[in-house]
Design a protein around this ligand. Sequence first.
Ligand SMILES: Cc1cc2nc3c(=O)[nH]c(=O)nc-3n(C[C@H](O)[C@H](O)[C@H](O)COP(=O)(O)OP(=O)(O)OC[C@H]3O[C@@H](n4cnc5c(N)ncnc54)[C@H](O)[C@@H]3O)c2cc1C
Length: 392
Amino acid sequence: MIRDKQRLDQLLATTRQFVRELAMPNEARVEREDRIPDEIVQTMRELGLFGWSIPEAYGGSGLTTEELALANMEISQCSVAYRVRIGINTGVGSESLVQDGTPEQKQRYLPRLASGEFTGALALTEPEAGSDATALQTVARRDASGGYVINGHKRYITLAPIADLITVFARSEEGGRPADSISAFLIERGAAGMTCSAPTPKMGQEGGPIGEVHLRDVRAAADAIIGGVPGKGFRTVMKTLNKQRINLAALAIGPAIRMLDEAVAYANRRRQFGKPIGGFQLVQAMLADCKVEIEAAKALVLETARKRDRGEDVTMDVSMCKLYATEMCGRVADRVVQIFGGQGYVKESGIERFYRDVRAFRIYEGTSQIHQITIGKRLLSDAVARSLETTQ
Ligand SMILES: Cc1cc2nc3c(=O)[nH]c(=O)nc-3n(C[C@H](O)[C@H](O)[C@H](O)COP(=O)(O)OP(=O)(O)OC[C@H]3O[C@@H](n4cnc5c(N)ncnc54)[C@H](O)[C@@H]3O)c2cc1C
């Protein structure tokens, strides 16, 4: 749903200007220094990028799912690190609070996340709990004061090395289904017993650090649980990820658009056998395959976003978006390296950076295999439900 086209166009134009004039010229620097320079983060704050998805009542822009998808397709046309820097605040770092936070929790944290004063993080994954998140072993035990003492170890947590507010998922309830025993705790940087590691070295996305979170006897008050009700954390994270998968799919489209733009320009520029390589039909085929897949992903993501804005069930659709758009981006990256030839493999062009950066999209927020399973299961169960309806 687009509420005010003129306002949205203005936001998209401002974002495009930031991407072209400030972010792109600094991509190599961000990679080299493995951080977004402070002055660029400050500009991102001033442009309101951190508050895109946060309701206007808390200082954000309150973008609808469709508006956010369009904005995400713009911001992700510069190197991935930039959107990682804002993406936790506009995604998993705030969405749990937006969805299920108490009025006090929203008032306390959402304005600071929206302004970019606070950087958020979401800590679910553990050494023994990846795709099977319900297997998490971090424990929150109730103490005599009615609060909790949390112990555990999280890994691969985006922005943990610099985060001010971490949503930590821990098992607080005994008995029942594993998913019903998990609570989401809001823990601020500096909480006694919580340490965040230095950035974990990784394949790409330099400037968008991930790290470990160690929790040793960390004390949390009962009102640090999102929504104030224990045992609801898994449902909260699933609701959050439901929206986040649309976000991530849109964020996989921007890099594909950028890579294709670069490939088209290169194909017109680079000459072999006496003419531009774009004149060869085998190169044209690679460009065409990229374009068709990008447009297909856009159509799928925007239609799913509209469905979500209409309040329809999009559980299977978000998996289709995440699976298709991230796999599409990987295929585009591979073809574009091919079109660039040796120039695509060396650092100079920046294409190899995109190739490495986008590889993670198929792993986090549900691997491709997990989404295939979700889609397959849903198709089967819907068919059973339909056949039961017709036999009744
Ligand atoms: C750059 C980066 C940033 C991240 N940021 C965050 C973050 O901010 N917060 C957070 O909590 N986590 C984060 N993660 C963790 C991420 O969500 C997990 O890596 C992901 O869920 C997969 O878990 P795993 O790595 O343990 O792999 P595993 O679950 O061990 O999977 C390994 C392989 O087995 C396959 N597999 C597993 N189960 C099945 C199955 N049932 N059927 C078929 N195949 C299966 C997987 O598809 C995969 O191919 C991040 C990871 C990366 C790489």
